[in-house]
Ligand binder design. Structure first.
Ligand code: IMP
Ligand code: MG
Length: 188
């Protein structure tokens, strides 16, 4: 039986909570501690992938402690669809160079892996000292590109999710929980 309050209707779209905000925060606290432990005393540059990773980066950064800076990069691969186009385009580059820096790419979700593989190739060419990846969500079933995250919040089933930064056609990013989105047949 589904608990009340876990399912919400937005017009003809339905969202069902998969990960509550409390669970997300608890996991991010653990990830922040782990990252700081792995790079004790080192300045870290968090590279957030716009826009989905913004909320995750904001929370993760506060759990890492020590010297942390941010930069942002924007790529597009999905468009308005719930299915990947397989094409990646760099829409906004970093503000500064990363040579010699310890960089953690912060991404909302690892799906086919096409986006992250492209990003890691671009960033690796700039000679960072270390290049690591932190993702909040991973859908391992959908992987096409050979890429792995160093820090993963949650492995989730192959469902389209929204909330906590993740969108459907730019909407739902402000949901505090991660939820499974169901669309009516004509929108699929
Ligand atoms: P990938 O290149 O297939 O790994 O896709 C990564 C990007 O697709 C993510 O950064 C998201 O923007 C988007 N994406 C993949 N799965 C979902 C989902 O379930 N909900 C919302 N966005 C998703
Ligand atoms: Mg994204």
């Amino acid at each position: 039986m589904k608990a009340k309050g876990r399912v919400k209707k937005f017009g003809d779209e339905t969202v069902r909570i998969l990960l509550t905000r409390a669970r997300i925060q608890k996991r991010i606290r653990e990830m922040g501690k782990q990252i700081r432990k792995d790079f004790a005393g080192e300045p870290l540059l968090l590279v957030g992938v716009l826009k989905g990773a913004v909320l995750f980066l904001a929370d993760l950064a506060r759990e890492i402690g020590g010297e942390v800076t941010f930069d942002f990069i924007a790529v597009s691969s999905y468009g308005k669809d719930t299915k990947s186009s397989g094409q990646v385009k760099l829409n906004k580059d970093l503000d500064a160079g990363i040579e010699g820096k310890t960089v953690i790419v912060v991404e909302d979700i690892l799906d086919t892996g096409v986006t992250l593989k492209y990003l890691l190739n671009v960033l690796q060419q700039r000679k960072p000292k270390h290049l690591r990846v932190a993702v909040l969500l991973d859908k391992p079933e959908r992987r096409i590109a050979a890429v792995k995250a160093d820090y993963t919040g949650f492995s989730i089933p192959n469902e389209f999710v929204v909330g906590y930064g993740l969108d459907y056609a730019e909407r739902y990013r402000n949901l505090p929980d991660v939820a499974i989105l169901s669309l009516p047949a004509e929108k699929q």
